[in-house]
Design a protein around this ligand. Structure first.
Ligand code: ADP
Ligand code: MG
Length: 278
């Protein structure tokens, strides 16, 4: 596979009227593993959704290219066809559509495999990643546990072989053994297939297995610091607050808190005994 470059330049994104990304610059080349670290609410998932073209994320500036070709404005399937893959932090359930059907459709569209071959590829990767065979008969992510979802995302990644993968907290919900399997599979895809990886995480734990070439820190919608793998250790020591103080940034997060969950206690945060007529 020839070498490619994913380039994110001055990317600005608004969600629900609030600017969440305020000029993000990143460049990932084939075979490189980059880690993007940031506290909750710093805009990591917003970046992943904007890269993949989610409709309710309004891009207000900047560009995203693969080998100089603009991706912004293209529909999601077209971005996937150009080699971009996203493992979502909260993967979507697709009841009734098993992994091999989903992946098989993509491989057929790319002229890479027929249905039978797709089934075999999926089964082999599932075995290697410890994803129970029974799950392959269910719809993708249908009643999967958090850890099973992350293994399943990795199975799809390994079979689809995109040029670049954005992995949004692929480590969350995985126990130590599963984390090692997933990280090693991804590292091998980078080393052997030239996959370019942007691994989003807020724990250094993932990075002890998935050794990154570069580490970037996202605070309040901007990459404020980039460095080698030692930056993850520095983060572990000083925390995001410490790094923010070092680089002279006083905000860690952006935007407004999410609206409350629909089933949350409506009185939470307010005083239930307050006089309503006061
Ligand atoms: P992270 O992944 O780093 O935790 P997110 O990108 O999920 O951060 O969120 C960044 C900010 O954007 C937060 O303030 C969050 O509430 C807001 N946000 C993200 N997605 C939405 C959305 N769909 N609607 C409203 N606000 C959102
Ligand atoms: Mg997130």
């Amino acid at each position: 596979m020839s070498a490619s470059v994913l380039r994110i330049d001055g990317l600005r994104v608004k969600v629900a009227g609030t600017e969440i990304l305020r000029g993000v610059d990143l460049e990932v080349r084939s075979g490189e593993v980059h880690a993007l670290m940031g506290p909750n609410g710093s805009g990591k998932s917003t970046l992943s959704h904007a890269l993949m073209g989610r409709g309710d994320y309004e891009v207000t500036g900047g560009s995203v290219t693969i080998d100089g070709e603009e991706l912004l404005g293209l529909p999601t399937w077209e971005r996937a066809r150009r080699g971009l893959f996203l493992a979502m932090q909260y993967p979507v359930e697709v009841p009734g559509v098993p992994i091999d059907a989903l992946v098989g459709a993509a491989l057929r569209a790319a002229g890479r495999a027929d249905g039978e071959a797709a089934r075999e590829l999926v089964a082999a990767e599932a075995r290697a990643l410890g994803l129970r065979e029974e799950l392959l008969r269910r719809g993708v992510n249908d009643e999967y546990s958090g850890g099973e979802q992350k293994r399943a995302e990795t199975v799809q990644l390994a079979v689809l072989r995109p040029r670049f993968a954005v992995l949004d907290e692929i480590d969350s919900g995985l126990d130590v053994d599963a984390l090692r399997d997933v990280a090693r599979r991804i590292a091998r895809l980078a080393a052997e297939q030239g996959l370019g990886v942007l691994a989003i995480t807020h724990y250094a734990r993932l990075l002890s297995e998935l050794r990154p070439d570069r580490v970037h820190v996202l605070l309040a919608g901007r990459v404020v610091l980039s460095g080698g793998p030692e930056l993850a250790d520095r983060l572990e020591e000083r925390g995001y607050e410490g790094i923010a103080a070092e680089v002279g940034v006083d905000e860690l997060t952006v935007g407004v808190p999410r609206p409350p969950e629909p089933f949350a206690d409506p009185t939470a945060g307010s005083d239930p005994f307050a006089d309503p007529f006061a």
